[in-house]
Design a protein around this ligand. Sequence first.
Ligand code: CA
Length: 151
Amino acid sequence: MKLLCIEDNTELIESLRYFLEADSKIESTSSGKQGVAMATKKQYDAIILDIGLPDLSGLDVCKLLRQADIQIPILILSAVRDSGTKVALFEAGADDYLTKPFTVSELRARLFALLRRSNFDTDKQNIYLLKVGNLTLDLLSGRVERSGKLL
Ligand code: CA
């Protein structure tokens, strides 16, 4: 998986690289603004986002990403356990929240769980549906619908 890690703790990024390199490619930045710019330019599978960044808060970054119509899963990393902070982040479009300190194996498991769901919602569900105008052809079942009505 291709991950974008928006985090200013370089040691943490290095350990993520070390433990996830077998199945992931990680690009990182310590700047929230740059992270949003990277996510709009390139295709990633998921974003790992720290709450405390030098320029923007993780909450602002999360809002900006969703406003830019970036739909991929966002997993928040934070030392903050406060439930109000978590609720605000989920409302801003975060998909998961992991409290520091955490184990890389838990982070990895959570990322894969998020990806399973997002892949299911996007790729796999639509891959067999062919749409032309108001006609929809389901390549698996052979059903054809016009404006939602079965022909
Ligand atoms: Ca930080």
